[in-house]
Design a protein around this ligand. Structure first.
Ligand SMILES: [Zn+2]
Length: 381
């Protein structure tokens, strides 16, 4: 349970945020289901519907919920229940990328519940890769079909909102998610002559579309990076050194689909390593279900996240995402200072200022830094 003193401190701030915030009503608001959370459960109440942003604002100002979510699906009767009575019309396609799923080594230092700038940078890169390496080239979505928002805590949500995706069924969504995470692919399809004696090894060219091209480009990149990188693909040190020495020749061959000069002794490991390197980590079942399960509710862009007091900031383009720093650009409460008693807190940087590390200290810090610690439950009032 979050201390009631903290709840009472935060409620008027949430209220003031929604009094002034704009652009938080999702497209086609009247056809969406809404849900709201408390500090224990991110979706504690659901089956709400609102006519427009003004109506949604009235609710948010009145109740000051720490979490606000909406359906990526459109319904004829979004408030109806049970779910079947809502009458599904269509749904966006959603990808939920969470830094915890990347399993970075820094997690050993700060534990699963904390995130550092490395985690935030890595999940941002993963989001850029999802868009640049998959959604745009392989699925043909355009910049205009794609909306990106910071989740408010550990990652990013990518929404694909175009007529093309609205009618996709659960199986198609599952297949798209599977493609992006590289599951169930057959090496034989990319190397048709693999394992055949006396036949040259034919394989994908870097200019190929889809996974074949990704595979070839990834291998060439490893080849140009060095022996260690090749070994990380499961290639024996001796062979890796040989490949590296002959890299110019090999790259030339692969550019026309000729993999003859590449010896792939542990095929399965090699394939797996390249996929792991190239695919997008969509994480555990809950997160990958965000794409598959059309009834899922997801954070409304530009609403607050109740574990951080940061804004689930909507980013209007890929270039805005590239420039975005959540610990700076997603701060909601810039004014004032608050005195808190900390527990053990790893250092963190917000608005260009480093805070901590703290260890049972009493500190006076800007409101946003105090709220970040209080809501992450590593400090008390
Ligand atoms: Zn970290």
């Amino acid at each position: 349970m979050l201390d009631s003193k903290v709840v009472n401190l935060v409620a008027p701030l949430i209220r003031s945020y929604y009094e002034r915030a704009e652009g938080f009503a999702p497209p086609e608001t009247p056809r969406r289901e809404f849900g709201f959370g408390d500090y224990e459960k991110k979706i504690a109440f659901r089956h709400y519907s609102f006519r427009d942003e003004a109506a949604l604002r009235r609710y948010l100002v009145d109740k000051a919920p720490p979490f606000a979510s909406y359906s990526t699906a459109f319904y004829q009767h979004p408030e109806a229940r049970p779910m079947e009575n809502k009458k599904l019309v269509g749904a966006e396609l959603i990808f939920d990328l969470d830094s915890t799923d990347l399993n970075l080594p820094c997690r050993e230092e700060h534990g699963r519940d904390w995130i550092c700038s490395k985690d935030l940078d890595a999940v941002k890169d993963e989001t850029i890769r999802l868009i640049e390496d998959f959604l745009i080239p392989d699925f043909g979505f355009s910049d205009n079909d794609i909306c990106i928002n910071f989740s408010g805590n550990r990652g990013y949500h990518v929404h694909v909102n175009s007529d093309k995706v609205h009618e996709l069924g659960a199986d198609a969504r599952k297949a798209i998610s599977g493609y992006i995470s590289g599951t169930g692919m057959d090496m034989q399809a990319f190397f048709p002559t693999i394992g055949l004696k006396g036949v040259g090894l034919k394989g994908p060219k870097p200019s190929d579309q889809g996974w074949g091209g990704k595979f070839a480009r990834s291998f060439i990149k490893a080849l140009e990076t060095g022996v260690g990188e090749l070994q990380s693909f499961g290639i024996e040190p001796e062979i890796a050194r040989k490949l590296f020495r002959k890299r110019t020749e090999i790259v030339l061959g692969i550019s026309v689909g000729n993999w003859d000069r590449v010896s792939i002794p542990k095929k399965a490991d090699f394939w797996k390593a390249i996929i792991a390197n190239m695919s997008i980590k969509q994480g555990d079942s809950i997160d990958s279900n965000v794409t598959k399960d059309m009834h899922h509710l997801i954070r409304i862009p530009n609403t607050l996240h109740g574990d951080t007091a940061l804004i689930a900031k909507k980013l209007s383009s890929l270039s805005e995402l590239k420039r975005f720093n959540p610990m700076d650009d997603a701060i909601a409460f810039k004014d004032g200072i608050i005195k808190v008693k900390t527990g053990r807190v790893h250092k963190f940087t917000m608005s260009g200022t480093q805070f901590g590390p703290y260890d049972n200290d009493t500190v006076v810090v800007p409101t946003y830094a105090a709220l970040y610690m209080l809501l992450k439950r590593v400090a008390a009032l």
